[in-house]
Design a protein around this ligand. Structure first.
Ligand code: HEC
Ligand code: HEC
Ligand code: HEC
Ligand code: HEC
Ligand code: HEC
Ligand code: HEC
Ligand code: HEC
Ligand code: HEC
Ligand code: HEC
Length: 429
């Protein structure tokens, strides 16, 4: 008898568990279906779709393409109101807030996006509002500055897409236009006496050039300024943002007198010599150049600092020259010599010289000619040994050619003598 009761419960238990698992496995599907299927009972959607108004109707279509639609976030989740009853749908007593005021939008969005528990369920971070509130944009917006962006200026109004979607305004691909588009508005920035040429300048940069080629390591606006937590341009974090990616240059710069000066006065740092938006590929010409980001803007021509720069320049030029010479000689050798020589060792030495030269271009940031000498000597000796070996090989080719010509000479002479001897013999006969 107890055994039968046990069996009964066990079968009941396993049946219930199976049923539960079955229901649960369909729950997500059922939930997502629910939103989509009940749209024709969701009065906000029904009525607004039918309005055929150029302001009141587009939100429906846009929302249907959004990440929110997919996640089941409905009109009333943002606007309040009663989505089940046409009569009282937009009654304030039903919590309807209508079109939110601009300054209230960040709070509205973060009702959910700051809810760590809800966001964790979607594997999302929940710090956007916190970062935004502390940012230049957030503070301006909170103080009633209607030109400062809120969430919807960077994500769209209703067509809010996942940021990984290439059509999202916040997708990396679209960042220069999303940020730069607003920052190019003269009417907004002129009255604040702020520049409105960041996008124009950025488009002239090497960074942008590589960006258009699809390089994902080069910076766009958000890699230097952030997205939600944008700091003032004069903050130390923005001023030193280049350090994040150009660590080797930064390390050498930090052992230069410029870092000490920067700590005291905020200058000079990377952007004083390279600019920030229109960064181009530099060369040693900068040491004696007359441009606004060259040494001359801060150091008089007769000053020890300027003279030090000239010293660095001339050392660099002679080192670069040696490597370039070795390189062209190698290319010419390869184009003209036809086999017979083992050159992999020489090629390796040339590659080492090139790597060391690249290193040298970085050490220039110490602004100290002495620090360059050791590496420069190594490069010079590597380059000259490459050139030397190539000269030796060329000489050997020369010798071989002379040898060959000599052999022909002897051979032809011999042939001629035999022929002459034959002729003389013939005549004797
Ligand atoms: C029966 C039709 C109808 C229904 C149902 C309806 N709306 Fe509207 N809605 C309108 C019309 C018409 C307007 C424009 C006139 C007005 O503001 O009353 C409007 C305006 C709005 C506005 C803009 C208000 C503003 O301040 O500019 C929002 C937002 C809005 N509706 C959201 C909703 C939401 C959310 C629901 C569902 C809870 C909903 N509507 C249900 C017809 C409807
Ligand atoms: C994720 C939140 C969110 C959802 C979901 C949402 N809205 Fe909105 N809606 C907003 C915000 C924010 C604004 C204000 C945009 C602005 O200031 O430009 C707005 C504005 C509007 C406006 C005023 C448009 C205008 O340009 O003046 C209407 C109408 C509207 N929404 C209707 C709807 C309807 C209908 C739905 C559902 C199909 C919906 N919204 C879903 C956040 C939302
Ligand atoms: C100045 C433009 C800008 C503003 C304002 C802005 N965002 Fe973003 N947001 C971005 C960018 C850019 C990304 C993409 C970041 C990336 O790809 O790493 C992003 C990403 C996100 C994401 C995806 C998760 C994440 O954090 O990467 C969410 C969610 C989000 N934002 C919500 C918000 C909310 C809510 C607000 C308002 C409180 C807001 N954003 C304000 C630009 C902005
Ligand atoms: C009622 C809750 C709720 C509100 C209000 C809300 N969101 Fe969302 N949002 C979500 C959920 C849930 C997702 C889906 C997350 C996912 O799929 O990973 C989402 C997704 C997003 C994404 C895409 C994130 C990604 O994966 O790249 C962005 C951007 C975003 N919301 C911005 C906003 C903005 C801007 C507002 C205000 C206009 C807003 N949200 C209001 C709940 C909300
Ligand atoms: C390589 C890093 C970098 C990139 C990319 C970048 N910025 Fe900047 N930006 C800076 C730095 C550094 C400053 C501070 C300049 C200074 O102090 O003179 C700055 C300054 C600014 C300022 C303050 C006003 C000004 O012009 O000095 C704005 C606004 C700005 N950037 C917007 C943008 C926008 C929009 C983009 C994209 C089109 C962008 N930035 C791309 C690094 C960058
Ligand atoms: C809708 C317009 C708009 C958009 C979009 C926008 N900004 Fe801004 N931004 C502003 C305004 C307005 C200010 C405040 C200028 C002021 O008065 O100081 C500002 C301030 C800044 C500052 C501080 C400038 C300073 O002088 O310290 C930086 C940096 C900046 N934005 C970068 C960005 C980046 C990066 C993005 C994109 C992720 C972006 N902005 C998107 C309008 C915008
Ligand atoms: C997000 C990373 C990142 C940040 C931040 C960044 N850069 Fe770059 N930068 C790169 C990459 C990657 C390249 C290499 C592109 C290439 O392949 O030539 C590059 C190239 C350069 C070059 C050209 C180098 C060459 O070989 O001629 C200069 C100069 C430069 N950056 C200066 C700066 C300055 C100045 C800043 C700060 C205002 C800065 N970068 C911020 C990633 C970054
Ligand atoms: C005092 C002026 C000055 C400062 C400050 C400065 N640079 Fe340079 N930088 C130069 C000059 C000059 C060159 C060209 C040197 C050369 O070709 O040997 C250069 C070259 C470069 C290059 C290209 C190097 C290469 O491999 O060809 C990069 C990248 C770079 N700098 C980044 C930075 C970064 C990042 C900072 C800040 C940590 C910085 N620079 C600070 C003057 C400066
Ligand atoms: C934006 C201004 C600025 C630029 C550009 C600049 N410097 Fe300087 N430099 C300084 C400051 C400030 C100091 C520290 C105070 C001083 O000694 O004059 C300094 C110091 C030096 C020193 C140490 C001088 C000494 O007497 O101890 C050298 C060397 C130097 N700079 C070289 C250069 C070279 C080379 C360049 C160009 C590649 C350059 N600087 C570009 C501002 C600048």
């Amino acid at each position: 008898m107890p055994r039968r009761i046990g069996m009964f419960f066990m079968s009941r238990f396993s049946f219930s568990v199976t049923l539960l698992v079955f229901i649960l496995s369909f729950a997500p599907l059922a939930l997502s279906q629910q939103n989509h299927m009940n749209l024709d009972k969701y009065v906000c959607v029904v009525c607004h779709s039918d309005l055929e108004d150029e302001i009141l109707t587009p939100p429906v279509k846009d929302w249907k393409e959004s990440a929110h639609f997919e996640a089941g976030i409905m009109c009333a989740d943002c606007h309040g109101g009663n989505p089940n009853d046409e009569e009282i749908a937009m009654e304030p007593s039903e919590g309807f807030v209508g079109k939110p005021e601009k300054k209230d939008i960040p709070k509205l969005c973060s009702k959910c996006h700051s809810d760590a528990k809800m966001m964790r369920a979607f594997n999302q971070r929940s710090d956007q509002y916190e970062l935004y509130s502390g940012s230049v944009h957030g503070q301006k917006s909170a103080s009633g500055d209607a030109d400062a962006p809120t969430c919807v200026d960077c994500h769209g109004k209703h067509k809010i897409l996942k940021v990984k979607d290439p059509n999202s305004m916040a997708h990396r691909k679209n960042i220069p236009e999303t940020c730069g588009g607003c920052h190019s508005k003269k009417d907004v920035f002129e009255k604040r006496r702020k520049a409105s040429n960041q996008l124009e300048l950025y488009k002239k940069s090497w960074h942008y050039q590589k960006f258009t080629e699809g390089d994902v390591l080069v910076p766009t606006c958000m890699d230097c300024h952030g997205n939600h937590g944008i700091l003032p341009a004069r903050s130390e974090r923005t001023q030193t943002v280049c350090f994040n990616c150009h660590a080797a240059q930064a390390e050498n710069y930090k052992s230069s007198p410029h870092w000490t000066a920067f700590k005291k006065t905020g200058e000079p740092v990377c952007l004083n010599c390279h600019k920030n938006h229109d960064v181009v590929r530099p060369s040693v010409a900068k040491f004696s150049g007359k441009g606004e980001s060259d040494c001359i803007q801060c150091h008089e021509e007769s000053s020890p600092a300027y003279v030090a720069g000239l010293g660095i320049q001339s050392l660099m030029l002679s080192t670069i020259k040696a490597v370039e010479t070795a390189q062209t000689e190698m290319e010419e050798f390869k184009a003209n010599a036809h086999g017979g020589f083992e050159i992999s060792g020489i090629e390796e030495r040339l590659a080492k010289a090139q790597t060391n030269l690249a290193e040298l271009h970085i050490i220039t940031h110490k602004m100290d000619v002495e620090s360059l000498k050791k590496t420069s000597e190594t490069v010079l000796s590597q380059a000259s040994s490459v050139s030397g070996d190539i000269h030796n090989m060329l000489a050997e080719i020369q010798t071989r050619k002379i040898g060959l010509a000599g052999a022909w000479f002897v051979f032809l002479g011999l042939m001629y003598s035999i022929w002459a001897m034959g002729k003389a013999y013939e005549r004797k006969e």
